[in-house]
Structure formats: C-alpha cells, structure tokens
Design a protein around this ligand. Sequence first.
Ligand SMILES: Cc1ncc(COP(=O)(O)O)c(C=O)c1O
Length: 392
Amino acid sequence: MKPVFSNRAKNIRASEIREILKLTSRSDIISFAGGLPAPDCFPIDQLKGISKEVLQDMGVEALQYNATEGYLPLREKIAKRMQKQGMDAKADNILMTSGSQQGLDFSGKIFTDPGDIVLCESPSYLGAINAFKAYGAEFVEVDTDENGMIPEDLEAKLEKYDRVRMIYVIPDFQNPTGRTWSVERRKALLSLAKKYNKVVIEDNPYGELRYEGESLPSVYALDKDDLVVYLGTFSKTFCPGLRIGWVCASDEILNKYILVKQGADLHSNAMAQRELSLFLDHYDFDAHIDRLVKLYRHRRDIMVDALDKYFPKDIKYVKPEGGLFLWLEVSDKIDTKPFLQDAIKEGVAFVPGNSFFPNGGVDNGMRLNFSNMDDENIEAGMARLGALLKNL
Ligand SMILES: Cc1ncc(COP(=O)(O)O)c(C=O)c1O
C-alpha cells in the first residue's frame, strides 16, 4: 500500500536536531549538539524513595485516569514559584503539559490556520518552528539584536502582514543564541502586541538558569492585558524524561488549551506529577537549581576560554549570561552544515545555525551546548573544532 498523507503530515519533515541526536548517542562522539541537562544532576536516589512513597500513599490516584488540568498540589506549587518571580499566577490558570513542547504544539493548533503567520526571533527554536509548521503556519522573522526583537521592525511587520496570529518569543537565554531581552524591549513587545491585538507566546525553559547579572521580569509578569501565554517546564531545571511542563494563561485562553489537551492525551503523566510535587515538598528546589547554576557556569566558562584558546580570531560570539547554549558565528565563507560532517569525522557534534532560521539564509552559525559534557570533553571537543576551523 502506498500511504496517502494529509497536507499537514506532508509538512512534517525530520528535524535536523533529531537526526543529529541519533548520532550523538554514540559514546565516541563529544556532543555539543543537544540541549541536554547534565545527567550527574538528576536526583536519582531521592526519586527512588519518592516513587515508592507515591505508590504507597497515593498509588491508586497516581495510576488512575486524572483531571486534564493536572495535579492540583503541583499546580499550586508552580503558581507560588511564579509569584515569587513576580508573576501574577494562580493554580486555576495553569494546565500541566507533557513538556513545554506540548504547549508549543497546542499553541500552533489553537492560534493558526494554514497560511497564517507567526512572528519569531531570528533565529528561533527549531522545535517550535517544526511544531507550528505542522499546522501550516508560515514564519516571518523579526530583526533581532543582543537585546531582543527590534521594535521598529516588529511594528513594520505587524503593519505589513495582516495574517499574523502569534508572536513567539524566548526572552531569557534564548535557544539557540543565549540572548536575553532587555526590559525595554519586553515592554515594547507588549505595547505592540496590545496595539495590534496579537497573542504573545512566551517560552521560558531557561530563565532560572542565570549565571550572572540580575533576573529580569518575564513578559508575562509585565503584561496587564492578558496578551501573554506563558510556557514553563521542569526539563532543564529537573529531569526532561519526566515530561513535565505547563501553560499559564488567562481563563479564556487556558480553556482552549484544556479542550485541546483532552483531545490530545486526556492528561499528562499523573505519577510523574506526584513525584515532582513530593520532591518539591521534601527537598530544597532552589538549592538544586543553585547546584545546576554553579556547574553550568563553570562549563560555560571552560567553553568560552576554549574559544579564545583554540578558535580562529575572526569568530563572533557573546558570552551568554545563562541557559545552555553558546552561539557562534564563524567566517561567512564557511557553511557550517557541511562543516558538521568534518566535525563528526573528528568525533565532535554541534548544530549548524541554519536550522534555526525558519526561512534559511544564514549559513555560518553554530549552536554549542555546554551543559551536558564534562570539563575534559569540552576542552577536547573545542580543541578539535578549533583546529578544524583553522585548517579550512
Ligand atoms: C526554547 C525551548 N522551548 C521548548 C523546549 C521543549 O522543552 P520540553 O518539552 O522538554 O519542556 C525546548 C527544549 O530544548 C526549548 O529549548
């Protein structure tokens, strides 16, 4: 049989990251490719005890069908954490999702019809681009500098395109560039979203992983007009395998997400939500994040020092103040996609920058992850990449 796929399915193609990630599971590859947390920070021993406790004390509830919204005590704890970060969040406005990736998928489903436009940073997160593309969305990239989207360009594009349905942003330690938006740019985004009546999808997996400087208010925290849908996740601060994320939005918007989730998977993993909830009760989560911050700051510094030591002098990069990624632009004579094949032959992987531009056009970028490899591997991998680049 020759299967006949829907137009939607035809829009879905293998993501470059996923293909590369397959390679990086090889033990002989030093991988700067994925966005993987450090495995040594997974609280395996604590979770052994907690899993047992969940099964003993609430085994039936953890294994039975649950409410779509998610486990209420966990939603209450998330609301409290958001409040501590200056956000006016209530448990009733939170829906648990299977990672924030599911929140992205639902956003595409709820806000876009084929041919509609998503305004995004340039570059932007590949997983979001792929999620929205599946619904036939098209992308218009807004000019973006070290402080975020440039408001004049955002406004020009809001004026020019009448089918804009969402503005998708990652204002804290962006994937892939590591950039953080200034407060002024966050406010400018909100005032334009209000003026043109557009929803803002704020994706914030990295905000708590700050290595220096002061925390800035999220766009959601600054929003007084219910313009923002906030996507959170425990993937980078806890364990991605548990697939625990959330959407926080106004009643009217959240109701749509709840209905869509009912059709997608009824509810997220009830056992995992209870495990996380008990972990938050029994252990100091801020201390856990402090440990991650110390480790990742150290690894970032090793990577940045190695850039200075081993890479050609004409590279451009900005040291990220947080998050998991370092973005690098090499000489514009180099296309990093074929260069990846050379790097893999030398046992090192990264993600070529072009994948993060929904409309292509920038070939000399590289995204390097610094959270997942240990000190020796970062040093060795960067030395190899640097030597290869110098020999091109
Ligand atoms: C910007 C951004 N959004 C969303 C996700 C998805 O995260 P998860 O579904 O694990 O919560 C990622 C993962 O790397 C990301 O970088």
